[in-house]
Design a protein around this ligand. Sequence first.
Ligand SMILES: [Zn+2]
Length: 525
Amino acid sequence: MQTTLLPISICDKIDRRVRKFIWGSTGDSRKIHLVHWEGVCQTKKEGGLGFRKAHELNLAFLAKLVWLFTKKPDELWVQVLQSKYFKTVNGVLVAKSSARSSNLCRGMRRAWPVTKLGTLMRPKDGMSTSMWTDQWVETGVVLMDYLKEDSPPIDPCTPVTAFEDNGKWDLNNLSQFLPDELLLKIAGVQPPVEGAGEDVPTWGLEVNGQFSVRTAYSLATDCSDKDDAAKWKEIWKWRGPERVRHFLWLAMRERLLTNSERARRKLTTSTGCGACGCDEETVLHVLRDCDFARLTWMQLIPPSEHHRFFGANLQDWIERNLRSEHTGLDFGLTCWSLWKTRNDRVFAGKITTTATFLQRVQAWITALDKDRLIHMHNPPMRTEVDISWKPPPPEWMPFGIYSITRAELRGAVEGLQLAWDAGYRRVILELDSECACQLLRTSDLSEHHHVAILDRAQELLHRQWDVSVNHIYREGNKCADYLASQGHTVPLGFHMFPLADPMLCNLTMYDIQGLSESRVVLNER
Ligand SMILES: [Zn+2]
């Protein structure tokens, strides 16, 4: 593949093998190819999977040989090839007739245009850079393509030195050939200087000027970056199981096997949705608009966003929601679960209630690394800081709670009740979950799935007393952290300790003395 020009038929066979592998076909079972091969071979930015077509990849590798051939004329293999297969005509290297040439030489000849397209000449003495046929002003610009209609005839072999005058470009002379905007660009290029050394070919598609097979491949396939690259990026940026990412990719391309898609492929005659009776079961219908999905999202998405959420088209909807961070919600996982639930219903007759569904999704979200969810889209800067317990203002009663959101909220409610019953009227509530803090500070959460416990918390918070809800790191209240870590040693339920154990006493002393501990934390945004 790297040094041999492969016959097209072999390349086709390789591609076929890859296709079968991607879609899971084996010897006698043929699976459905949900996305056409061209689509799979587009880059991830463009909405493909970034697979490479064998023939074009072969050309890219051979283009690398051509590149080395022009860059390293002193190497033995280059000299052998040059003397055997090439001749110089008017100072330009030309391959001899193809009849007697080797596979390698034929391969290089095939790849030559690819290398030529990527080569950006940097004139020094200007002798080996062609004014009209080389790219030297900028990548993608060959001056011959921009000649004025009434331009005088040109000689394609003219070197750039022909238009240099006393260390400056002869723009006056050039203006009869080229339009003004190109003259400006030429003026920005360092003019050639006699004796400055040989012109340098650089790889125009890489900032460092070095050849890369990746960019050569994109030249070979004539790929170009598209404007909608950003939306595909959200899918590949999503951090979670690969199968879910793959699912999201299929969803965004509208290639999930919904009834609508199955009918298009003649696998069924009905395009309708079996759950709600709607005429057309599309991807957006299953994931958002079908009754079950709609009810689920209404519980997860704040009412203020419903209009926007239910109004978007498929691709915008996926992209926007993968990008935004709804509290305690993972959009990708929820979509995937909706699809699984739909399949369970269609193929196994299993009916799931919204409550069970939400529990299942919540369990998955918890199972995934908690940190990954919080920092999924925008890895923030971190700094190491010293954290210690801060004494409350006089007459305030602090207590801390440490655990995941739901347990955290439960603890907050129990703690508030305890403080209220004990007669405290100025209380600081410290939690190590930012998410729980936010929930407690938000008043209207009638659609949230923790609604019951949040209602109770709101009732307590609105009593006739002062309660301040603060987020702290667990190092900031070691007593609470210690008690939380003891949780697994006592039976389930609510426990009160009339006496503090010695460890707790030590920690209290530690806190009172204001001893700090360092921790890497997020920078304030
Ligand atoms: Zn439906």
